[in-house]
Structures are given as structure tokens and as C-alpha cells.
Design a protein around this ligand. Structure first.
Ligand code: PMP
Length: 434
């Protein structure tokens, strides 16, 4: 009897319905594989070089300086020095006066900022448009909020004259995008520069999105965590600065990406109070507060960057310069090894075409798993090189259409990139030698 009643109790599901279908996570799986097998990890997006000295020093001062109150709670919606300098900085970038208390809120990384947005704006039955390929967490976050993700892929077009493909060759089809907007559409997620492709959306593409948002009264959740990582003189255009868009947009940023300190998990939202007031409600009822010392150090970092804005010594000028060299180096090594790269206009990621390597990892038509995912697993186990399959950045229905690319992160020390190149060269030789 005891056993039976226990069984009866155990048959009741413990999880809430909103967790159904969102339990698997690509990062948990691939981070574990990389930790177990990789000798060279170009998988997850984080630098293996240190953050700038001025930032580390700011943290040391915050930790061991005289102001011991920095070890205690600060203002829930953001440490005052940080929201003040963010308001100043983004006010300057957007050309408008921002109120630090109502137009800015600090979050635990951009990840929490995204979570707050979906919880704050999305109801059961609402649709959220997501442009593919997309940073994978958008989909489960929309689902958990009760919304329905609606996907629209960027369409690649092969470049002429056998030129290397660029992320700019992946474009939105304007009619296709427009067809996704309807009376149920609540928001669109824009990620420019885009992870994993490295695409920097052009002014024309942003205007297209902006016009649709204004016309249909749709919000734009603008994930701009790679805003400073733009190459070849390209410009990162903030959609919030386009006509009518300030009132429709929440800008999301990350000190992790901005200052090469992803482990600090300091992020922010910037936008009109009509939107931020609801983000604050989610924040106060979930996380409530972010680590004070980290916020203080990030505030100091932004103070410095505000003074040096646009000058050669600015970290926001130096970092992309360094990363562009690393990008070019990895592009060349991949090309030489026969793994055709797509040149990214921004971010610290690039995609490479694995079609020439198919003989090493044969296709398995009976497997549900996309080819690139099996390839990436094989590569880390057999070659010690970790990368992330592109299909992870597509919805289930589209995964198999985009399964012959893998994503590499090039925010790495020269020695790490060289070690990756050595693996690829050796691999190529093994393939070509009889
Ligand atoms: N958005 C994008 C596009 C990202 O690539 C990442 C991190 N990989 C995040 C958000 C999350 O940023 P954070 O580490 O600040 O939470």
C-alpha cells in the first residue's frame, strides 16, 4: 500500500508546463564536450586574453578600497554611478537626454536583460519574430513567457567571381519579413552585429524593420552586445536612433562583451520609461540586485571610455582593431585548410563551411541530429578542436537547411589561434596524403 501511494504521488509531474521543450541547451552539452576533449577551444564566445588593466584595477580598488559599502546592496535597478555614466554615454550615442533612473537598468548580463524583456512584454498568444540564425536563448525565453516564436531566415546569396562569402551576403527578404507581421506580433528581436554570422545590419535593412515596427506598433528588442566589434570601417547603427523607433526599442548591452570580461555578468537595458518600467517590475520580482563591486568597476571603465571616446587610446577603438587582425588571421588559416570561411563584418565569431570535410564524418540519413552537430562533436573528440554547429542557431524546422557550417570564436590569444591553425593544416595534409 505504501509503495502504491508513493507511486501515485510520484506520477504527478513536478515541472511546470512552461518548461516543456526547453530543457535541452546546446551550451551545456558543448561546453562539457569542450572541457572533456578539446585542446583548442574556439567554441563558446569568450576571450582567453585578459580584460584591460584599467578595468581590473577598478575592480581591485572597488574590492579593497575604503568604501566598504561597495560590498553591500546598492540600488536595485542599477548602481547609481553605473546608470549615470551609461545614461551619459548612450545619451551621447543616441543624441538625446537620458534619465539614469528611468531610461537605464542594470542586469545580470545581457542574458537577464533578454529574459526581463520577454517576461515583461510577451503574453500567451503573442508572436515574437526572430531573425535566423539567432542567439539560441531567444526561442526558449519566448516560449517560457507563453509566446510563439516566428522565424524569418537571412537568405544567403553566393558572391560573384568565386569571391569569399561575407556576412553581408546574408540578407533579409523584405516581402518575407513583412509577411510575418500581423495583429498578434508583439515584438521582433534584432541582433546586430549578429551572433553567430557576424552580420552588421545595413541602414536599409534597419529602416525596413523600423518601418514595420512603427506601422504595426511592434516592439524591437535590440540585442547590441557586440556593438563595438565592427570591422573594415563599417558602422554599427542603433535602430533606436531611426525615426519613431526610440519609443519602440529596448537596447541591450553587455560589459562582458564590451570589456572582455564575460564572467562578470554585468549587462544593461536602455530605452523609454514606458518600456523600462515593466522591465524593472520583472527585475525587482526575480533578481532584484546585481553585484555592486562589478557594477562599480564597470562604471569606472565607462568613465574612462567616455573621456577617450573615439580617440586611439579608447578600448572601444583598440579592441576591434586587435580583433580584426585575429579575424583576418583565422580567415586565412581556414581558407588554406579548405574550410571556407564567411568573413564576418562584426562580432568575434565566424562561420566556416565544412562541406570539403564530409568524407571524414559521413552523413547518417537515419540520424535526427543535424550534420554539423555530429561533425562538431566528432571534431572535438578526434581533433581536439572545439567549435559550435550553425544549426544550433536555427529553429527545429530550419536546422537541417543550415547544417554545413560551424562557428569559431576568434577572441583568442595568438597562440590559441595558431594551435587551431596547426590542427587544421595537419588534418588537411592527412586528407590529401595517399
Ligand atoms: N546576446 C548575444 C547575442 C550573445 O552572444 C550573448 C553571449 N554569448 C548574450 C546576449 C549574453 O550576454 P551576457 O554574457 O552579458 O549575459
Amino acid at each position: 500500500f505504501f509503495c502504491l501511494s508513493l507511486q501515485a504521488k510520484m506520477s504527478r509531474p513536478v515541472h511546470s508546463r512552461r518548461l516543456e521543450g526547453v530543457d535541452k541547451n546546446i551550451w551545456v552539452e558543448f561546453v562539457k564536450l569542450a572541457a572533456t576533449y578539446s585542446t583548442v577551444n574556439l567554441g563558446q564566445g569568450f576571450p582567453d586574453f585578459p580584460p584591460p588593466d584599467f578595468l581590473k584595477e577598478a575592480l581591485v580598488t572597488a574590492l579593497s578600497g575604503e568604501n566598504h559599502m561597495l560590498h553591500q546592496y546598492t540600488r536595485a535597478f542599477g548602481h547609481p554611478p553605473l546608470v549615470k555614466i551609461l545614461a551619459q554615454f548612450f545619451g551621447k550615442l543616441l543624441g538625446q537626454d537620458l534619465d539614469p533612473m528611468t531610461n537605464v537598468m542594470v542586469t545580470v548580463g545581457a542574458y537577464q536583460a533578454l529574459f526581463c524583456c520577454f517576461q515583461a512584454f510577451v503574453d500567451e498568444g503573442d508572436e515574437v519574430i526572430i531573425i535566423e540564425p539567432f542567439f539560441d536563448c531567444y526561442e526558449p525565453m519566448v516560449t517560457m513567457a507563453g509566446g510563439t516564436p516566428v522565424f524569418v531566415p537571412l537568405r544567403p546569396k553566393a558572391p560573384e567571381n568565386g569571391k569569399m562569402m561575407s556576412s553581408a551576403d546574408w540578407k533579409l527578404d523584405s516581402a518575407e519579413l513583412a509577411s510575418k507581421f500581423n495583429e498578434r506580433t508583439k515584438a521582433i528581436v534584432l541582433n546586430s552585429p549578429n551572433n553567430p554570422l557576424g552580420k552588421v545590419f545595413s541602414r536599409g535593412e534597419l529602416e525596413l524593420i523600423a518601418d514595420l515596427c512603427v506601422k504595426h506598433d511592434v516592439l524591437c528588442i535590440s540585442d547590441e552586445v557586440y556593438e563595438w566589434l565592427v570591422y573594415d570601417g563599417k558602422e554599427h547603427i542603433r535602430i533606436a536612433s531611426l525615426p519613431g523607433m526610440w519609443d519602440h526599442t529596448v537596447i541591450i548591452g553587455s560589459a562582458g562583451k564590451t570589456f572582455s570580461a564575460t564572467g562578470w555578468k554585468v549587462g544593461w537595458t536602455v530605452g523609454p520609461n514606458r518600456l523600462l518600467q515593466h522591465i524593472r517590475t520583472v527585475h525587482q520580482n526575480s533578481v532584484y540586485h546585481c553585484a555592486t563591486v562589478a557594477q562599480e568597476a564597470v562604471a569606472q571603465g565607462f568613465q574612462r571610455e567616455f573621456m577617450l571616446y573615439g580617440k586611439p587610446d579608447s578600448y572601444f577603438v583598440q579592441l576591434p582593431k586587435e580583433l580584426q587582425k585575429k579575424r583576418d588571421w583565422l580567415v586565412q588559416s581556414l581558407d588554406a585548410a579548405g574550410m571556407k570561411p564567411i568573413i564576418p563584418e562584426g562580432t568575434y565569431f565566424l562561420l566556416a563551411d565544412i562541406s570539403n570535410f564530409k568524407s571524414d564524418v559521413p552523413d547518417n540519413p537515419n540520424s535526427d541530429e543535424p550534420y554539423d552537430s555530429r561533425f562538431a562533436k566528432w571534431m572535438v573528440k578526434n581533433k581536439g578542436l572545439a567549435a559550435i554547429p550553425l544549426s544550433a542557431f536555427y529553429c527545429r524546422a530550419h536546422k537541417n537547411n543550415y547544417s554545413h557550417f560551424i562557428r569559431f570564436c576568434f577572441a583568442k590569444e595568438e597562440a590559441t589561434l595558431k594551435a587551431a591553425s596547426d590542427i587544421l593544416q595537419k588534418w588537411k595534409q592527412e586528407k590529401t596524403s595517399p
